[in-house]
Design a protein around this ligand. Sequence first.
Ligand SMILES: Cc1cc2nc3c(=O)[nH]c(=O)nc-3n(C[C@H](O)[C@H](O)[C@H](O)COP(=O)(O)OP(=O)(O)OC[C@H]3O[C@@H](n4cnc5c(N)ncnc54)[C@H](O)[C@@H]3O)c2cc1C
Length: 388
Amino acid sequence: MDMDSVDESHEIVIVGGGICGLATALALHRKGLKSIILERSDTLRDTGAAIGIRANGWRALDQLGVASDLRQRAITIHRIGECRCLKRNDLIKALADALPPGTVHFGRQIVSVNIDRENAYPTLQLYGDKSIRAKVLIGCDGSRSTVADFIGLKSTKLFAILAVRGLTNYPNGHAFDHEITRMRRDKTLVGRVPITDKLVYWFVAQQWTPSGEKLTHDPEVIKRLTSSVVTGFPSDVTEMIEGAEMDSLSLTRLRHRAPWDLLLTSFRKGTVTVAGDAMHVMGPFLGQGGSAALEDAVVLARCLAQKVGAEDLSANCSRQMLINKAGEAIDQYVKERRKRLVALSTRTYINGIVLETRSWLVKFVAIMLLVILFSDPIGHTKYDCGRL
Ligand SMILES: Cc1cc2nc3c(=O)[nH]c(=O)nc-3n(C[C@H](O)[C@H](O)[C@H](O)COP(=O)(O)OP(=O)(O)OC[C@H]3O[C@@H](n4cnc5c(N)ncnc54)[C@H](O)[C@@H]3O)c2cc1C
């Protein structure tokens, strides 16, 4: 494709307007770098109801300048270190509201990425035959990322675990402690975290079996299925599921990128890279995927701003110089993130084995590995992604 045949040209393009894409655009904006986000949905997506944010995530939100307002929206969970559970809607709205108007372009789905043979810049093909040329491309397009495919990353893998998430509102207040509560019966795990004194986030994880029903988006079906797997749990659990807000319900099969893939992959092709779930989707057993995505945003924007100035992205700058500088910045970002992400994903991977396996021996070995490798239960929350 030659340069003139593209429909639009932009400097930094982010694919995906989830937590990571919004946070990355905001981090770049705060460093004086302009970007646009291409999001396939027609509105901001808040699938998953709520999200637990531990101290490391709050440090990243502080750097993004949105933490103070968000701290008012959720109660503190009694734990060592800062921990709150936010409505996803509150988080993505806070990130989106802090962006310059017009940053997010809704209804724009990327179907493929190519390198322009004339100028070596990535060119995105959109659903509906439009094409966009980017000088720098960041894939924040989730666990089944088109940008990750372009870079050549291996496919993400599926856990044999399904998770239902939802919110339940108690108009007269609930009586639950300000704690993360986990209850287990056979192969079903129920978790509950208060967001405010009236609102509670919960999840139900259960084993996926090939004969099981197909994944559904129908809230009525999700509620019925979930109610059926929590019979035998205390009555406050069954009542919580019965009282769930219908539009908060979602059903997901868990995915992960293998820790050894995170260790060995380059994560860059030219001026293209990935962040968030597109880079490192992991099981939710530590509740860290979203916070790690916020950390990615801070580190990536810092690295880009150190090497690439707004003038380098302008039309006057030599193409080769920009490609070299952006390439160095992305390599620095990947180097900074790799150790952190391998540790997080190894820990969640082993946690997944403990939940998934039917073998007591495998379970025992996995638990021993967790004890030996990760003796500090909150060690992962002490990580500081540094200043933006
Ligand atoms: C059950 C469960 C519980 C979890 N609990 C926690 C928790 O407590 N704490 C925590 O930190 N993390 C948690 N996570 C992980 C967290 O949800 C994810 O890590 C986080 O949402 C990743 O954000 P993202 O922006 O990278 O990806 P996503 O949220 O998947 O966003 C990707 C965006 O890209 C868009 N998109 C995709 N493809 C294209 C395309 N081709 N073109 C244009 N747009 C596209 C999508 O529409 C979407 O808006 C949990 C995950 C699960 C499954």
